[in-house]
Design a protein around this ligand. Structure first.
Ligand code: B12
Ligand code: SF4
Length: 453
């Protein structure tokens, strides 16, 4: 018999660990996919922090069954959005079977009070400087209830355990991490809540070695997505990396800060090194609103001109936008759709504003009495958790879906892809065209954007 919280299981080899990325409930049912298109790095990265004496299994519930009878000693859950609810259910099941359960990831902070009793321990922040302490404590006795990362240096990291990722569930896009955090600290951003404005970078050589590992395991045909919140937070280093990617035959996408579009050298390097799209947080067309959310740097740019510039260098743009600003109205939404079509923006990912606990925006709206209680099942980036100014929450939600449908209508897609700009990089624009077709399916099912197979 195993004694929970005792040193028993660490005295033998083959301590059994499950690292689980739970699925999420969608319209009352657990979402299941054949593959994960946008494959997260999280579990493979965390797995690297367990010693050889541990037998580690990664479980991606969106595609795999949960091995309830795996006789695990420790079960770790990563959380993002609404999957926290499923993590709680799974934790209860594993606890019944005698395992110790630990939750971490982006959604623990917003739901701390609720989830506290449902896991043996909760981790806020990175795995690098928390897993070793958890393992140490597990050897001695019960875990502490709460572990908090001090966001350590990530210059040198052990290689992620991509060997543990089952190949058959990996979609077309695979992750590579260059940095963590973002110096910009926009008022609404989850990254600001987790890391404040602390920005950390990995050693370039290590990144290149990891890239070779990815190519070896997954092949060159898949797109590399840089998981960085802001790939160009350090523009010179980003350029240095791109120089080294040239000639490797890879294709990639990344989230960047709009100011990089002013830099000719960056745009040339991006095209030459295989960029398929740059995802840019435009958020809104209103300069006042950009100032209000502390994204002042974006007010000093002209979105239309910079998108045109990117196109002239053969770089398709993915616009990341939010709805629910105080000055938003149905007329403003029509203006936004018109802007995206006129400027032939290849792809748009839109979310209602999410007041995330820990952000300045959340604090402001809470003090104004505008935040609404959040059912964690609806923390999926698609529901409204605040009182908008010119809409009721329900009206805003409907306007949001209507806008998605307009942008992803065949008419809009064709208008955005017809034009001379596509000849500057036909392959990249073709991939983006096809992504719109996949995104139509995702939006028709009212799934979170990016839920590609
Ligand atoms: C890939 C990705 C997705 C993919 C795949 C998700 C999946 N699990 O299959 C898709 C596109 C489906 C997705 C969906 C969503 N996502 Co997402 N996603 C990402 C992205 C780009 C990369 C994640 C990654 O691989 N990071 C690299 C790894 C190494 O870092 P990490 O995950 O942060 O993990 C480290 C630490 O956080 C920690 N850690 C994490 N989990 C655990 C667990 C334990 C036990 C421990 C100890 C440590 C630990 O240790 C790791 C190493 O140190 C991030 C942005 C980012 N830069 O992180 C957004 C991000 C995490 N997503 C975000 C959001 C908002 C969402 C959505 C809610 C909205 C949406 N986009 O539609 C949905 C959620 C869907 C739902 N059902 O509810 C936000 C997080 C906000 C929040 N508070 O939850 C982020 C930060 C994007 C952003 N800038 O706003 N996402
Ligand atoms: S630039 Fe992007 S990643 Fe950086 S703080 Fe602002 S929204 Fe977050």
């Amino acid at each position: 018999m195993k004694l929970r919280g005792s040193s028993y299981f660490f005295e033998r080899r083959n301590v059994k660990i499950a690292l689980i990325d739970p699925s999420f409930y969608h319209q009352g049912r657990l979402a299941k996919f054949s593959r994960i298109g946008y494959f997260p790095l999280t579990l493979a990265r965390i797995a690297a922090y367990f010693p050889e004496s541990c037998e580690v299994q990664l479980v991606y519930e969106k595609c795999q069954e949960i091995p309830f009878d795996g006789n695990f000693d420790l079960v770790f859950f990563t959380t993002m959005g609404s999957n926290i609810v499923r993590a709680e259910e799974l934790s209860a099941e594993f606890r019944k079977r005698g395992a110790i359960t630990i939750a971490g990831g982006y959604t623990v902070l917003p739901f701390m009070d609720r989830i506290n009793p449902n896991f043996d321990a909760i981790v806020q922040g990175d795995a690098e400087d928390t897993i070793p302490f958890i393992l140490e404590d597990a050897k001695k006795g019960p875990l502490k209830k709460f572990y908090e990362s001090a966001s350590p240096s990530i210059a040198k990291l052990p290689p992620p355990r991509i060997d543990l990722i089952p190949l058959e569930i990996v979609g077309n896009v695979i992750p590579l991490e260059i940095s963590r955090g973002c110096p910009n600290a926009c008022d609404f951003c989850a990254i600001t809540a987790l890391y404040t404005s602390k920005f950390r970078r990995r050693d370039e050589n290590e990144v290149l070695i990891e890239l070779e590992m990815l190519i070896k395991r997954f092949g060159k045909q898949r797109l590399i997505f840089f998981t960085d919140p802001n790939f160009t937070a350090d523009l010179e280093n980003a350029k240095s990396l791109l120089r080294k990617l040239i000639g490797k035959g890879v294709h990639w996408l990344a989230s960047v800060d709009i100011r990089c579009l002013k830099d000719d050298e960056f745009l040339k390097l991006a095209k030459k090194s295989g960029c398929i799209t740059l995802q840019i947080g435009l958020e809104t067309l209103s300069l006042d609103e950009l100032n209000g959310i502390n994204k002042k740097f974006a007010t000093k740019t002209n979105y239309g001109d910079l998108i045109k510039r990117a196109h002239s260098f053969g770089i398709p743009i993915t616009a990341l936008l939010m709805v629910g600003f105080d000055t938003d109205t149905p007329a403003k939404f029509r203006e936004l759709v018109k802007f995206l079509i006129t400027h032939k923006v290849s792809m748009s990912v839109i979310h209602p504003i999410l007041p995330i606990p820990g952000t300045p925006l959340f604090r402001k709206w809470k003090s104004e009495g505008r935040t609404l209680p959040v059912d964690p099942r609806e923390a999926d980036g698609l529901h409204i958790h605040f009182i908008p100014k010119n809409f009721t929450p329900k009206e805003l939600e409907e306007a949001y879906w209507q806008m998605n449908n307009q942008i992803l209508s065949y008419r809009s897609i064709f208008r955005r892809f017809i034009g001379g700009h596509i000849f500057n990089n036909p392959r990249a624009f073709l991939i983006m065209f096809l992504t719109n077709i996949f995104a139509r399916k995702v939006a028709a099912g009212r799934l979170p954007p990016g839920s590609y197979e």
